[in-house]
Design a protein around this ligand. Structure first.
Ligand code: F6P
Length: 547
């Protein structure tokens, strides 16, 4: 049965009518009209606090948005996901990243597999292995402890572990250095190898499929580099793998005893909770890795049980849907006011854009509304001095998610006060703006002439009324980071259900992969000009001439 197009649903039509009435709403007025707005439009869950009051909507908007979520079956799809139903309908797979952070006594079976038993069996192996490496009991082939760990993977097999290792820097083992090689660009591998000693280096080959071209090329290069310094038998002490593909790992020459498995029901961009998180467990230890899983599980429990109107991921999703659909926002900025979250925007790019960057529904029909906005960002305050100009005065409306910890993990309190001041001031500035009359009054006070005031005033005016969310936590800890990631995972999920997308496949990456293989063959051998357009032929010819 084909789902009703979103714009044909009763709840959407009611929301659209309301949106037309709300078109000229000013947040300044919404705040002035309701002194309780902040209390009404903020929520706490799983160690996180979300303030969504600085958006162009009111209580009625939320009732209508919640009705859309209900009519689209968000709750039923959520329950189906947690229950292990095969909601990834183009790959006929369950979607169970939530099971990776569920306790051992959870009950869940998929195709006869006791999911919690398998998950916890792998976690036990992760613990044994990471304890051995961290304590120095795991020795390299010449008897020295491991000092450097290189994760070779790309996409979900890189972004998650790398982002989390950076974010939990404060919790990291003092004498283990983590490296991440992802790009097929040899500069990436070259830069890493330059700093490594094969006697004390451990490589993790991380790939769900163990077929990804970039990872395979990097893994082979690492292997050759290692074998230039050691015998084949030494590989077992220096190469481990994380994958769902045992056969490919054996073929590569990694001992299956050194393989940490996961399952096809874990999507790459949802896999940091699985053995793909091995670099995290190595860096921070299994105890903190468990806290990270527990933080995500706390958010799962909240998402699973709280009514839509009091459900943090649902609210974040609904605000985002409103901004995308009715305010025409085609991109969203992620602004972590925490330097250790420097890779968080990049992580969310894959999570959100690979999940919901789709143009057909689960049934293959064209969508009838815009879907996922582009996601981008940098840590504050750096972004303020680069692109915030456009966010304040540009012609597009770009909502911002501010993310901050109330307490720092350092003793430079004056830095932290300045950081938070900037974060809160930016959200205020985006909301309030500065009217032309306010600008004129300021300039008059500064003693400028009438002509000068009129010349400068348009440039110094801020339209304001620009939406933002603010997410706060007490400290950035393994648990709050876990909850934060899970919050965005579920936000992405809810939006995907509203748009009726399959958020768990990624066919859009395939065409480029196939063509790259063909072009690579031509770069190495005979060109096939009839296979391409003149631009592609010209580029191939230039590259061949440069060899
Ligand atoms: O090509 C996209 C993708 O499949 C991502 O979804 C995935 O995270 C990445 O490639 C890496 O895949 P793998 O872990 O199988 O190497």
């Amino acid at each position: 049965m084909t789902a009703t197009p979103l714009t044909s649903t009763t709840s959407f039509q009611a929301l659209a009518t309301h949106a037309a009435e709300a078109e000229n709403w000013e947040m300044r007025q919404l705040f002035a009209a309701d002194p309780q707005r902040f209390e009404r439009m903020s929520i706490e869950a799983a160690g996180l606090f979300l303030d969504y009051s600085k958006n162009r909507l009111d209580g009625r908007t939320f009732e209508l948005l919640a009705a859309v979520a209900r009519e689209r079956g968000v709750e039923a799809r959520r329950d189906a996901m947690f229950a292990g139903e095969k909601i990834n309908n183009t790959e006929n797979r369950a979607v169970l990243h939530t099971a990776l952070r569920a306790p051992r006594d959870a009950k869940l079976s998929v195709d006869g597999q006791d999911v919690p038993a398998d998950v916890h069996a792998v976690l036990a192996r992760v613990k044994t292995f990471t304890d051995a490496v961290r304590s120095g009991d795991w020795l390299g082939h010449t008897g020295k402890p491991i000092t450097d760990i290189v994760n070779i993977g790309i996409g979900g097999s890189d972004l998650g572990p790398k982002m989390v290792c950076l974010a939990l820097r404060q919790y990291s083992h003092p004498s283990l250095t983590m490296h991440f090689v992802s790009n097929v660009d040899g500069h990436d591998m070259d830069a890493a190898l330059e700093r490594l000693n094969p006697e004390t280096t451990l490589f993790i080959i991380a790939s769900k499929t163990f077929t990804t071209a970039e990872t395979m090329m990097n893994a082979n290069t690492a292997r050759m580099w290692f074998l230039a310094h050691a015998q084949e038998e030494a590989l077992a002490k220096h190469f481990v793998a994380v994958s769902t593909n045992v056969e490919a790992i054996k073929k590569f020459g990694i001992d299956p005893a050194n393989m940490f498995p996961f399952w096809d029901w874990v999507g790459g961009r949802y896999s940091v909770w699985s053995a793909i998180g091995l670099p995290v467990a190595l860096a921070v230890g299994f105890g903190y890795f468990s806290d990270f899983l527990a933080g995500a599980h706390a958010m799962d429990q909240h998402f699973r049980t709280a009514p839509i109107e009091q459900n943090m991921p649902m609210l974040l999703a609904l605000v985002g849907f409103w901004n995308r659909q009715f305010l025409g926002c085609s991109s969203v900025t992620i602004a972590p006011y925490h330097q250790d979250l420097t890779r968080f925007p990049a992580y969310l790019q894959q999570l959100d854009m690979e999940s919901n960057g789709k143009r057909v529904t689960r049934d293959g029909a064209p969508v009838d509304t815009p879907t996922c906005p582009a996601i981008w960002g940098e840590p504050g305050t750096n972004g303020q001095h680069a692109y915030f100009q456009l966010l304040h005065q540009g012609t597009d409306l770009t909502p911002i998610d501010f993310i901050a910890a109330l307490r720092p993990a350092h003793e430079l309190q004056n830095h932290h006060t300045a950081l938070l001041a900037n974060c809160f001031a930016q959200s205020e500035a985006f909301m309030k703006g500065k009217t032309i009359d306010e600008v004129r009054a300021d300039l008059q006070q500064d003693g400028l002439s009438h002509d000068e005031i009129e010349r400068l005033a348009p440039h110094k005016t801020f339209p304001g009324n620009r939406p933002s969310n603010t997410i706060l936590m007490e400290y950035l800890t393994p648990a709050t980071l876990g909850a934060l990631i899970a919050l965005y995972e579920h936000k992405t999920f809810v939006q995907g259900v509203i748009w009726d997308l399959n958020s768990f496949d990624q066919w859009g990456v395939e065409l480029g992969k196939v063509l790259a293989k063909q072009v690579e063959a031509e770069l190495k051998g005979e060109p096939r000009p009839q296979a391409h357009d003149s631009s592609t032929n010209g580029l191939i010819a230039r590259a061949k001439a440069a060899v």
